[in-house]
Design a protein around this ligand. Structure first.
Ligand code: LLP
Length: 432
């Protein structure tokens, strides 16, 4: 077995002339040019993460598909980028589909997910010839079959299987256990396969499972994959010909130095050989393997720049440092106790200048971005970069306290440009 050595070039903190450099660019210049708070995304890192996945999969010499999970970070610019990098796209709402279609993302390369899709969304998918619909429930199976009549179409679907597997991640992002709103249980799927003639307007393209997000262990993935693979045999016994096994997303990343990265370069060869053995045992061909990484691609590619405002020192207690953003641009610490690392962009940390602080947001409640961290003697007006904020920050941002959402800037080829404009006060009242 080949175990690749992986270099995490994006995980190194680099300073040049006392300025923090992210993806080759001076963060202080970015803050000055675009203002703060500011989401910064690096095209180089997005490409590097995708290349890592593709390289690992190419080595297995097995047909595969990579869908980028748009929920982690999506806008029209990101759709162009993902299309140029030849990936498929996982969407989970009418809004995500609309964004992709507006960006001219090829509809046949879009997959549409969701545990409670509306009829309007299903119609939108059919009207726009979206490539695949991932059916999440018995209700949806019937609903879609009926729509097939109306659209006079044989609709390609994947069935989302709930494999009953514990992924050992935060309960809010654990999706593969039996006690979950997601997916159809294995016995129910078997029954569907035995009676698939009742769904004459559906074409069974394969099966899907997604057991959760921010997963570090390989084992739950392997257990789930093997369980779902068995369904291909049951399908074959019913003269059905599914070809795709979509194993969802979920590859975890290390947000801080204390956390562990999931290494797809190690996992993918192990997964493929385990599935090859299993397929042989079952007497079936190995299906096309699909993956839907979101966080793995977008999280390390992003940082958020803030300006430090009030610094409050409470004797014998702690130092509170407040920034010009907070739970509205990053709700993850509050929701999932998520950890982050951060650096002062205009001062390099040394043994002598490091100070332990709590980083608070500016919301009208005790929002906290980082519980405790050592920073280089932080002062009012300094620029702070919170690292690895590329996933589920911009996409989960809100206007809480009527604060406009930050701009998103893309770094590419040594240049930078606005990917999404900063919201204005007028944007806030537009729909009032
Ligand atoms: N595929 C499906 C069907 C999913 O539900 C998800 C994530 C993904 C792929 C992508 O998973 P990823 O590779 O990004 O782990 N808001 C939470 C994460 C929720 C993930 C929901 N589904 C967070 O901030 O951690």
């Amino acid at each position: 077995m080949i175990v690749l050595t992986v270099t995490f070039s994006n995980f190194m903190e680099k300073f040049k002339n006392g300025h923090y450099i992210f993806s080759g660019q001076d963060t202080l210049e970015l803050a000055k040019r675009y203002g703060t708070p500011l989401y910064v995304m690096s095209q180089d890192i997005i490409e590097e993460q995708i290349k890592r996945l593709k390289n690992a999969l190419d080595l297995t010499e097995t047909p595969y598909k990579i869908y980028y999970a748009g929920k982690s970070f999506l806008n029209k610019g990101m759709c162009y980028l993902i299309d140029n990098l030849d990936l498929y796209l996982d969407t989970v709402s009418g809004g995500e589909m609309f964004t992709a279609l507006e960006a001219n993302f090829p509809p046949e390369k879009i997959a549409f997910h969701g545990s409670n899709k509306t009829e309007a969304e299903l119609r939108m998918a059919l009207e726009n010839s979206i490539g695949l619909i991932i059916v999440d429930s018995l209700t949806e199976l019937d609903q879609l079959n009926k729509l097939g009549d109306e659209f006079n179409k044989k609709i390609p679907v994947l069935i989302r299987v709930n494999p009953g597997v514990e992924a050992h991640t935060h309960e809010l992002i654990n999706t593969g256990t039996t006690d979950s709103k997601f997916g159809i249980s294995i016995p129910e799927v078997e029954e569907i396969l035995d009676n698939f003639k009742n769904y004459s307007n559906l074409k069974l393209a394969g099966f899907h499972c997604h057991i959760g997000s921010q997963i570090i262990e390989e084992k739950p993935f392997l257990i789930a994959a093997k369980k779902v693979l068995k369904l291909f045999k049951r399908a074959a016994e019913n003269k059905l010909t599914p070809i795709e096994l979509d194993l969802g997303g979920g590859f975890g990343i290390a947000y801080t130095k204390e956390e562990i990265n999931f290494i797809p370069e190690n996992y993918i060869p192990r997964l493929v050989s385990a599935l090859k053995v299993e397929a042989e045992k079952l007497g079936i061909d190995l299906p096309v393997l699909s993956f839907e990484p979101g966080r793995f691609i977008s999280a390390p590619a992003g940082i958020t720049l803030y300006t430090i405002g009030v610094i409050k020192e409470i004797p014998d207690t702690r130092i509170y440092l407040s920034v010009d953003g907070g739970l509205m641009d990053n709700p993850r610490p509050g929701l999932y106790n998520a950890n982050y690392d951060a650096v002062i962009c205009n001062r390099e940390i040394t043994e002598e200048n490091k100070k332990s602080v709590r980083i608070s947001g500016r919301a009208c409640e005790s929002d906290q971005l980082i519980d405790q961290i050592e920073l280089a003697d932080p002062r009012e007006g300094d620029i702070l970069a919170v690292l690895k904020t590329g996933a589920y920050n911009y996409s989960m941002a809100s206007n809480y306290n009527r604060l406009p959402r930050p701009a998103v800037v893309l770094l590419y080829n040594g240049q930078s440009d606005i990917l999404v404009e900063r919201e204005t006060y007028e944007d806030l009242t537009r729909k009032d």
